[in-house]
Design a protein around this ligand. Structure first.
Ligand SMILES: [Zn+2]
Length: 267
């Protein structure tokens, strides 16, 4: 009989407390959202590149995907408490919610690869356009930037105050994530066809090899995560098979090994 997976939910090892300073800066992080949903959930149905972060099922970022490695490393370095999320939605960038960061753990892809976990989150029903946020909070996030924007501790507190005025709709976001996963499942046989995943994300099923420091994982020797491949192709160090996906996958969908995909020039 297969052994049940070890539960790797924080505060279990190898997660460590973030120990945030009260004046720590935070981040506003952009994610891709799904226009098949009535709420700006992550892009579950993105063709050839299904999104798994922000992972509201586990309140994590970077445990299942390789997105935003610089933001994750920066948040750990700065001991950030606040991670805000924004996305392009109906033609404009909007603020949708936040994580209260509480733990971090080393990822398996490189020395500077970190996973983030929150003890609390809030996502709202009517997301706030970033120009409106700038006017309300005296922030500077409505101009174009790529991926992530650093916020001062006082900016974080002001943005937090605005979001806390709205009811927490995280449960509705989770329902929508599940609904679009079932849409994928019906049409492809997978909740996440890009990485051939049939079950939902959960701590109960999260395998320990996603984190460094577990018996099953071996930390890659690279300094930096190479998470772009201009060709969209990746070669697995373990099974030598080519894998097609826009973003780097953490786990090889062919042999199931974590941290073995490298950019490949062509197939
Ligand atoms: Zn492989």
């Amino acid at each position: 009989m297969p052994k049940p997976p070890k539960n790797i939910a924080p505060p279990a090892s190898p997660w460590q407390p973030m120990d945030s300073q009260h004046d720590a800066s935070g981040y506003l992080s952009i994610y891709y959202s799904d226009d098949l949903s009535s709420l700006p959930i992550r892009w579950v149905t993105k063709p050839g590149d299904n999104k798994s972060d922000p992972n509201l099922e586990t309140f994590t970022y970077g445990l299942f995907s390789t997105c935003a490695p610089g933001m994750r490393a920066g948040a750990v370095k700065r001991r950030s408490k606040h991670l805000f999320f924004a996305t392009s939605w109906k033609g404009e960038r909007v603020l949708t919610g936040y994580y209260d960061l509480h733990w971090y753990a080393k990822g398996v892809l490189a020395e500077n690869d970190f996973c983030l976990a929150a003890n609390h989150a809030r996502f709202i029903e009517q997301p706030i356009p970033l120009p409106v946020l700038d006017r309300k909070c005296n922030t500077n996030v409505s101009g174009w930037f790529r991926g992530v924007r650093l916020l001062t501790s006082s900016e974080c507190l002001r943005v937090l105050e605005v979001l806390n005025e709205f009811p927490d709709k995280t449960a509705d976001y989770l329902d929508e994530i599940d609904r679009l996963e079932r849409f994928n499942l019906k049409h492809t046989g997978y909740r996440y066809p890009s990485f051939r995943k049939t079950d939902k994300f959960s701590w109960e099923t999260a395998p320990s090899d996603l984190l460094a420091g577990s018996a099953a994982s071996k930390l890659a020797k690279q300094e930096k995560v190479l998470n772009t491949s201009p060709s969209g192709l990746w070669k697995c160090d373990e099974c030598s098979k080519l894998v097609k996906n826009k973003a780097l996958l953490k786990r090889c969908p062919n042999c199931g090994t974590v941290g073995t995909l490298r950019p490949s020039a062509r197939g």
